[in-house]
Design a protein around this ligand. Structure first.
Ligand SMILES: C[S@@+](CC[C@H](N)C(=O)[O-])C[C@H]1O[C@@H](n2cnc3c(N)ncnc32)[C@H](O)[C@@H]1O
Ligand code: SF4
Length: 345
């Protein structure tokens, strides 16, 4: 496909029905994970007999890279690899190197940190820019109850330090807060990561998927979180780094750093959402809460040209009108949705 043609197509076709451009792409590279976080892959559902996707169902590294190039032409600026746990996908650093060769892309990854100490250097050498590491508590008992595989906090902290030492910085730390489970860890986490150079972000517990039994009462709101921290360590709002930034930024008044809060339940940011997701088996989703995806793998494997695939992406994006979080109710929360480990968190 001729570059100029693509650019012209891209300029006219890249906005959805609410005027939002497509700017960032999350790619789930595996539906598997070595954790069983209670809010994401509860053991009762993702037990020993759970059928994960077969290897041949997964997009290959070549297929992912080809899609990434086409999406880049469509206007994306950033790719985040996720899953499942992206670092359990074999030779992931090869994929990073292939994606890093695409000019102008910001390349990041979200991980539970369990394999980061071992892999941080190789990931950086392959061309990864930064990482986000999930950590829900500094208290082993709480963290182990949440990851449900007895994984200790220290190993994640070692992974975070290895990432920073390798230059994958600033490291962002994601903490999902679930009422009655880890809200007592909010202040210890804030104290610990203040002045560390890492950016701690608190995420409201969401009703993704259909297996985590979400209830609104389980959500500790961004307002509560900021209030709790502000009472001990005064905060002031900071400007977003760019339009559509998901985390609201707050900085400590004494200049000792900043935190983020991702209020996807109580302060939905759908109107600025410029994100699409590709599932592990190559379906394109235009919302985390979508029920249906558009099969790109079929196109890839049935001889479609780059042009065809570009047009197909364009057709999906230009029809996009999703704003689930803005219209969420107790009723919509019960709808059958795609699991986060599959669609890519
Ligand atoms: C699905 S995980 C995938 C990447 C990697 N395994 C990890 O845990 O970082 C991506 C992010 O989604 C968050 N997450 C998972 N389920 C969630 C839920 N129900 N509500 C809010 N965040 C959730 C995780 O805490 C993590 O930060
Ligand atoms: S949040 Fe990440 S680490 Fe936890 S179960 Fe989901 S995919 Fe695995």
């Amino acid at each position: 496909m001729n570059e100029a043609t693509i650019r012209i197509a891209s300029a006219s076709a890249s906005r959805d029905r609410l005027g939002r451009p497509l700017r960032d792409l999350r790619i789930s590279v595996t539906d598997r994970c070595n954790f069983r976080c209670v809010y994401c892959m509860p053991k009762e559902v993702f037990g020993n007999d759970y059928q994960f996707l077969e290897r041949k169902a997964l997009l290959s590294f070549e297929e992912i890279t080809r899609l990434a190039r086409i999406f880049r032409e469509y206007g994306i600026e950033k790719i985040r690899l996720t899953g499942g746990e992206p670092l359990v996908r074999r030779n992931i650093e090869q994929l990073i190197a292939m994606l890093a060769a695409i000019p102008g892309l910001d390349l990041t990854l979200t991980t539970n940190g369990s394999l980061l100490q071992k892999k941080a250097r190789a990931l950086k050498d392959a061309g990864l820019k930064r990482v986000t590491v999930s950590l829900d508590s500094l208290d082993d008992a709480v963290f182990m109850r949440m990851n449900d595989v007895d994984f200790p906090v220290t190993r994640v902290l070692e992974g975070i330090e290895a990432a920073a030492a390798a230059g994958l910085a600033p490291v962002k730390i994601n903490m999902v807060v679930k009422r009655g489970v880890n809200e007592h860890s909010i202040l210890p986490m804030a104290r610990f990561f203040r002045q560390s150079g890492h950016i701690l972000r608190f995420i409201e517990y969401m009703d993704v998927g259909s297996t985590n039994g979400w209830r609104m009462d389980d959500v500790v709101t961004a307002r509560e979180i900021v209030g709790m921290i502000n009472a001990e360590m005064p905060l002031e709002p900071a400007d977003p780094n760019y339009r559509g930034e998901v985390a609201e930024r707050w900085r400590y008044k004494d200049g000792s750093g900043e935190i983020g809060v991702i209020a996807s339940v109580t302060r939905a940011f759908c109107r600025d959402c410029t994100r699409a997701r590709i599932s592990t088996e190559g379906k394109l989703y235009t919302c985390l809460f979508a029920t249906n995806g558009h099969d790109l793998r079929e196109l890839l494997r049935n001889g479609a040209s780059d042009h065809d695939i570009f047009d197909s992406i364009s057709a999906v994006w230009s029809k996009r009108a999703d704003r689930y979080s803005e219209i969420r109710t107790a009723e919509t929360a019960k709808l059958e949705k795609i699991e986060m480990s599959y669609i890519g968190g």
